[in-house]
Design a protein around this ligand. Structure first.
Ligand code: T4K
Length: 370
């Protein structure tokens, strides 16, 4: 008989005791959306927790990124980004009206490589949209330096970077804006949701307006906005999730540490995600299956699936190989050798805060067979 399935992640839920009083409040008040009181409390509690001053809560990170680009005036031209990401990163660029240009990634951080950007800059280039992939910080100094030299804006796709710190400072303080995802699969979830982190209150209010059809304080639609608001239910989930987020992050770190201890000596299999680093959120535990490993990455993925262990090839295929993007000049495989190699070797192991030791051992034991 097959054992219980184990998935790459399992949504973390707040304790019911923490959510019920908030739901009662919403039920009594019947204010369900449109900048409600729970959302305002969540926004303020989240700013405190993350250590950032100005946040706009939104319905999801994809729309949040589109709004951030609109507000930054990036609605045409080119945006240099990574092909090694979830497809939403490039979709947001296209939805805002610009065109993605793919640059190669760094083999250690798996993030956009600042040294690969300059050759792709043209008079049409408006901005950079790097991703803190798997919560590992980008080379923010390197990116800022290239951007500054060429007058480009830097917006971060920080979908994976909830709670990530470097040198005691939130990673979300870099660039013009950063966009977090609170999707069900994320380190911190509100079922669906997201946040745009900006540098000043004026920009925050402008993004709030764009997320609400472009209505200004008088109710006039002065910009072409959309509906990207977070509702009161998601905000309540967020407030309740914040009560236990430190435990969640600590539990994730324990799971990642155990994988690292058990797997780091397997020859030709490497674990690129850092562990034991203060301020990392252990968004995922990717392994790289070397081309000279006993089985291919795809074979390993299938064999684990036969054991009811569902790993994921995040991020394969590259965005640059997907139908809407593959005809772009920058999608040419010759320009993206590191991203191609990583995408062909990567496999993300199950990682979530309540992954128990016997279940984790099932994954580890299978990998140790090789
Ligand atoms: N930028 C980046 C870098 C991103 O990674 C993402 C999203 C975005 C932008 C856009 O953010 P949002 O607009 O979504 O806020 C998932 C997610 O759907 C997606 O949000 C996420 N990235 C991406 C990396 O992963 P799938 O299709 O691979 O996930 P799915 O539905 O197969 O779920 C994976 C596992 O998670 C399941 O096997 C079981 C577990 N799960 C899933 C769901 C939906 C749960 O336990 N509960 C759930 O409700 O895309």
């Amino acid at each position: 008989m097959k054992k219980q399935p184990v998935y790459v992640t399992r949504s973390n839920l707040p304790a019911l005791a923490d959510i019920i009083p908030l739901l009662e409040e919403i039920w009594d008040r019947r204010i369900l959306t449109n900048n409600g009181p729970v959302l305002q409390r969540f926004e303020s509690a989240l700013s405190d927790y993350l250590g950032v001053e100005h946040i706009s809560l939104v319905a999801n990170a994809t729309l949040g990124t589109v709004l951030a680009m609109q507000q930054a005036g990036i609605t045409s031209g080119e945006v240099i980004t990574t092909p090694f990401s979830f497809v939403a990163t490039s979709h947001a660029i296209k939805l805002a009206g610009a065109t993605p240009v793919f640059a190669d990634i760094d083999p250690i951080t798996l993030n956009l490589d600042p040294t690969k950007i300059e050759a792709l800059i043209t008079p049409q280039t408006k901005a950079l949209l790097p991703v803190h992939t798997f919560g590992v910080p980008c080379d923010t100094d390197g990116l800022a330096e290239v951007a500054h030299r060429h007058g480009l804006k830097v917006l971060y796709d920080a979908a994976h970077a909830f709670g990530v710190h470097r040198n005691g400072q939130s990673i979300l303080r870099h660039g013009e804006m950063s966009v977090l995802s609170f999707h069900a699969t994320k380190v911190f979830n509100t079922f669906e949701g997201g946040a745009v982190i900006v540098r000043d209150r004026e920009t925050k209010l402008a993004i709030d307006r764009l997320a609400n059809f472009g209505f200004d304080a008088t109710g006039a639609a002065n910009a072409i906005g959309m509906n990207a608001k977070m509702n009161e239910f998601s905000a309540a989930i967020g407030l309740a999730q914040l009560c236990r987020i430190d435990e969640v992050l600590a539990d994730r770190a324990c799971v990642a540490q155990r994988y690292m201890e058990q797997l780091s000596n397997i020859r030709r299999l490497s674990c690129p995600s850092p562990t034991g680093i203060v301020g990392h959120n252990h968004y995922a535990f990717p392994i790289l299956v070397g081309s000279d490993f006993h089985v291919s990455r795809d074979e390993l993925h299938s064999r684990l699936e036969e054991e009811n262990i569902f790993t994921r090839k995040y991020f394969y295929p590259l965005i640059s190989d997907m139908e809407p993007y593959k005809s772009l000049a920058s999608a040419n495989p010759a320009g993206l050798p590191v991203a191609r190699k990583i995408a062909s070797q990567i496999l993300c192991l199950p990682l979530y805060p309540d992954l128990d030791i016997p279940t984790q051992d099932r994954v580890i034991e299978h990998l140790l067979r090789y």
